[in-house]
Design a protein around this ligand. Structure first.
Ligand SMILES: Cc1ncc(COP(=O)(O)O)c(C=O)c1O
Length: 410
């Protein structure tokens, strides 16, 4: 009898290698009131309470059909997690070649700080040079599946670049609303991809206001703003799946994440919960650290005051443009992750960020974005304070390629 079980087990394992599984997506669930929404029609926020929606999957069924061991032999792409992603039909995937991003050991820094292990997950190697490719690739794929003709987005820069690229690839119209002082490379890339660009005085909140005004006369535009659209989060959660798989299903002790809208932080946390339910990892969780710039640190302030939501940050200004988000729409989810994980939030100065960009290039051979450099500064601070200990394994996120920020280099 036991032999037969082993036989059937082996057979199902071999089948998994060759048979493509469908998505196990079942519904969307409100992150606050729990209301259910259909994944087969366009959704933005919860119709009952206006908060962010989360994609839910039949994880019980998925557990029986998909084993983590099967993932090993599959192509190096975030689409290998397709059964746990929200696209119903593979032909709707809009892809620019989203390879698994490398976990690069920071040999010099680990020695200097005397840590157990230290890696940087280099998201700058994704299409369009930033991790925004994950979320926008997913959102545009889903938009294509649901026959959207035009998308619109307010952005600090990289999200606009990614949505422009994926929309071009999907033959979907793209309308981007950017702060006037967005890094030139971001504006130029959107132009090259053929997006309709609106530059707005102020920051991303002002850009969102301008977009909502224009939307009144363009009601068919689909808004893919951070966490007002449910599937960007699903793209970003693949960072968590990749990380677990790369570390042989043992999560690190601490993760440093440069936080603007917080999609990646919330997404990874969601991935960890899903993986535990699938039996792929245990209950151990990393301490999640939100890193912000002292010129715009609403999450840090709220965390220090033990609040559940942040306050709008007046006169936000920082060279780390992706962190210039005066109030994240889903700040309540970001803060919840920080509290649940026993993590924290840290602010760093722009001057320290700039210095760290050059130091990382010189010492580790990595040209990172200012947001990525901010995580490096925060690590040093928390190593000094004792929050990060010598026995810890640590992952920093470099969220974009430094070559997109040539203007900041000496
Ligand atoms: C390079 C970079 N890092 C970090 C962020 C913040 O990302 P999130 O919105 O997931 O917090 C952004 C957002 O624009 C960004 O462009």
């Amino acid at each position: 009898m036991r032999e037969r079980y082993i036989h059937i087990d082996l057979l199902s394992f071999l089948l998994q290698l060759f048979v493509k599984l469908a998505s196990f997506l079942t519904h969307l669930e409100c992150s606050v009131c729990g209301d259910r929404h259909s994944p087969h029609e366009l959704q933005t926020v919860c119709r009952t309470c206006g908060k962010s929606l989360l994609a839910r999957y039949d994880l019980d069924k998925c557990k029986k059909a998909l084993r983590k061991e099967t993932l090993k032999g599959q192509k190096s792409s975030l689409w290998k997690y397709f059964p746990l992603l929200p696209i119903q039909r593979e032909e709707h995937i809009v892809t620019l070649g989203e390879e698994i991003t490398p976990l690069i050991a920071l040999a010099r820094t680990v020695e200097a700080l005397q840590l157990n292990q230290l890696w940087m997950k280099d998201e700058g190697q994704l299409p369009t040079g930033s991790f925004k490719a994950r979320g926008l690739g997913m959102a545009i794929s889903k938009a294509k599946e649901l026959a959207v003709k035009d998308v619109c987005i307010p952005s600090a820069g990289n999200a606009a670049g990614a949505s422009s690229a994926y929309a071009a690839r999907a033959s979907i119209g793209c309308h981007v609303f950017l702060p006037q002082d967005t890094p030139q490379m971001n504006i130029k890339e959107c132009r090259a991809y053929g997006a309709d660009i609106v530059l707005v005085p102020g920051n991303i909140s002002d850009a969102a206001r301008a977009m909502n005004e224009r939307k009144k006369t363009n009601q068919d535009w689909f808004d893919v703003s951070t966490l007002k659209e449910p599937y960007r989060l699903e793209g970003k959660k693949t960072m968590g799946y990749e990380l677990a798989e790369q570390l042989d299903w043992e999560l690190p002790d601490v993760i440093f994440y440069p936080t603007g809208g917080g999609t990646g932080l919330i997404g990874m946390w969601k991935a960890f919960d899903e993986m535990e339910e699938l039996g792929w990892i245990g209950s151990k969780r990393p301490r999640m650290v939100s890193v912000q710039s002292s010129g715009c640190a609403p999450v840090v302030k709220a965390f220090e005051q033990k609040k559940k939501e942040s306050e709008f940050w007046q006169d936000a200004a920082t060279i780390a443009s992706g962190l210039r988000v005066p109030k994240a729409f889903a700040d309540y989810l970001i803060l919840q992750v920080l509290y649940d994980s026993k993590g924290c939030a840290v602010e760093v100065e722009d001057a320290e960020i700039l210095e760290a960009v050059h130091e990382l290039a010189r010492t580790e051979g990595l040209l990172v974005c200012p947001e990525g450099a901010a995580t490096f500064v925060a690590l040093r601070k928390l190593a000094r304070s004792g929050f990060v200990q010598k026995t810890d394994s640590v992952v920093l996120f470099n969220t974009a390629s430094g070559s997109k920020y040539a203007d900041l280099l000496n």
